[in-house]
Design a protein around this ligand. Structure first.
Ligand code: IMP
Ligand code: MG
Length: 336
């Protein structure tokens, strides 16, 4: 029984969807709550051979007993949300906070057409304009939408009545509006504290901050990326990836950027790293589920990360399927 929050430690697309769905199926939390951003997030989950692409419904939906919450801080595209609710058949267990900001279709237009949004290379989902209009206090909130009526609730009340909760953040630390590569970033902070506020949890409630780190670095959209390599070279390394929301090829640095990860670990107060796609970095790690079975090189890579960040690696992704994972949280002293 723990309150876990999962955040991204890089530029988004660290593989949060996979980690969240594993934690949901393994730990069986009573509640899975989504915070952060909005439909700019694209989480991909592969389970029993099926690939799910999710933008607003919590990625933990695979665990069928969990109540699913969308916090007040999430920006809602009503059409995207209603479509996903149908697609994932979660009508009976999803609630949306009545205070969540609605992305007006005209915000998406603004996001697609403004020169600054083009320069940043946004996902065109209306995130910047919706956040701005919320600050200007002329945005509509979820309670004004008859189409959402049956899903509306005070989600903070639900989340605060359980001690078995999985909170899912979105984007990644370096896309934070506060700490990331401004102005090449998203519209809000995406660190653990903000995600907590967005789902209505106070800081004393959280047991674990699980920071997801991919075994190499990718970025979609414009802005600085240290150590960036040529897209052809990235393909040769098997590190070519394409955005879930926009289909754009992601830019790649085949290594970790430690000074950025150290800042992310510090500001998120991470006490557990979930390292993903180790099998892309080390092909011989594919499908391994026991730490001892990893190669010496792979183990050294993990131990180096732990010592540089001073945070234990409690979860290690070794393939696309939800259960392609090494779970050493207990051995590392992380509350499960
Ligand atoms: P926006 O959040 O759509 O305004 O986009 C701002 C920047 O953040 C762009 O570079 C996007 O590519 C990036 N971004 C936003 N959300 C995600 C995400 O979930 N994964 C990766 N990049 C993202
Ligand atoms: Mg993504």
């Amino acid at each position: 029984m723990a309150i876990n929050i999962v955040v991204g430690g890089q530029y988004g697309d660290e593989g949060k969807g996979k980690i969240i769905s594993y934690l949901a199926l393994k730990d069986k939390p009573k509640v899975v709550a989504r915070g952060g951003g909005g439909p700019n997030a694209g989480h991909t989950v592969q389970y029993q051979g099926t690939k799910y692409k999710i933008r607003l419904v919590p990625s933990g939906f695979l665990y069928k007993e969990a109540k699913l919450l969308i916090g007040a801080g999430v920006l809602i595209d009503v059409d995207v949300l209603l479509e996903e609710i149908e697609q994932f058949k979660v009508q009976d267990r999803i609630k949306v906070d009545k205070r969540a900001t609605i992305i007006d279709p005209k915000y998406k237009q603004e996001d697609a057409n403004s020169s600054i949004a083009k320069e940043i290379g946004t996902t065109k989902s209306g995130i910047g304009p919706a956040t701005a209009h919320r600050a200007l206090r002329d945005a509509s909130l979820a309670y004004s939408q008859p189409k959402l009526e049956k899903y509306l609730d005070d989600t903070y009340k639900i989340i605060n009545s359980y001690s078995d909760v999985l909170v899912e953040g979105s984007q990644g630390f370096m896309l934070s509006n506060l700490y990331g590569t401004y102005p090449y970033c998203t519209a809000k902070d995406v660190s653990a504290s903000t995600i907590c506020a967005e789902v209505g949890l106070g800081p004393r409630k959280v047991d674990n901050v699980i920071m997801v780190v991919k075994s190499y670095t990718t970025r979609v959209g414009n802005g600085p990326l240290k150590g960036e390599i040529d897209p052809i070279q990235a393909k040769q390394l098997g590190m070519d990836e394409y955005g879930t929301v926009t289909g754009r090829q992601r830019r790649v640095n085949p290594n970790l950027i430690f000074e950025e990860l150290q800042m992310a670990a510090s500001i998120n107060s991470a006490n557990c790293i979930a390292l993903t796609k180790l099998d892309v970095k080390f092909k011989d790690a594919k499908g391994i589920t026991e730490y001892q079975k990893l190669s010496k090189k792979a183990k050294e890579f993990i131990e180096d990360l732990e010592s540089k960040l001073d945070v234990p690696v409690g979860l290690i992704g070794t393939g696309q399927e939800v259960y392609d994972i090494i779970d050493v949280r207990k051995e590392k002293g992380i509350k499960v």
